[in-house]
Design a binder for this molecule. Structure first.
Ligand code: HEC
Length: 131
């Protein structure tokens, strides 16, 4: 009789503990699978059109990176002197014009429909920075 009640106590303590652990774990999982928009990303500023012109790096990272990081369809790669050298000899004005109007497989404004001409220029300057 005594042993049975001891067992009973043990089992109920164990079950309570297990339930608590599981609850804590599922809370943790819930917070991890929240949609990204709800999670506060430290230091990230919300992107709004009223925030003034975006920097070249911002435009690049949003609209140009898909092709210009790895050279999709022969796109000149970010900060790659061999890729950009021959193009830079056309002059920055031509590059900017091609960036805005498109050039062969390079889509107009690199698909950034809401980019201003100045923002496209800044993105190009960012890609050739230091070359
Ligand atoms: C869909 C892929 C793609 C995206 C997105 C893209 N580019 Fe390009 N870009 C290309 C390709 C491909 C070329 C090479 C075209 C050629 O030389 O025939 C190119 C070439 C260029 C050139 C050189 C043009 C010249 O006269 O040699 C500039 C400048 C440029 N891109 C700017 C940008 C900017 C700025 C963005 C983002 C706002 C961007 N691109 C986004 C594919 C892309």
């Amino acid at each position: 009789m005594k042993i049975k009640s001891l067992m009973c106590l043990f089992v109920s303590v164990f079950l309570t503990f297990a339930a608590q652990t599981q609850e804590a774990a599922s809370d943790d999982i819930k917070s991890r699978i929240q949609p990204l928009g709800k999670v506060h990303v430290a230091g990230a500023k919300p992107e709004t059109s009223s925030a003034g012109p975006r920097s070249g790096a911002q435009v690049y990272n949003k609209s140009c990176v898909a092709c210009h990081s790895v050279g999709v369809l022969g796109a000149p790669k970010l900060h790659d002197a061999a890729d950009w050298g021959p193009r830079m000899s056309k002059g920055i004005d031509t590059l900017v014009e091609h960036g805005i109007k498109g050039f062969n497989a390079m889509p107009p404004k690199g698909t950034c429909g809401d980019c201003s001409d100045d923002e496209i220029k800044a993105a190009i300057e960012y890609m050739i920075e230091g070359l």
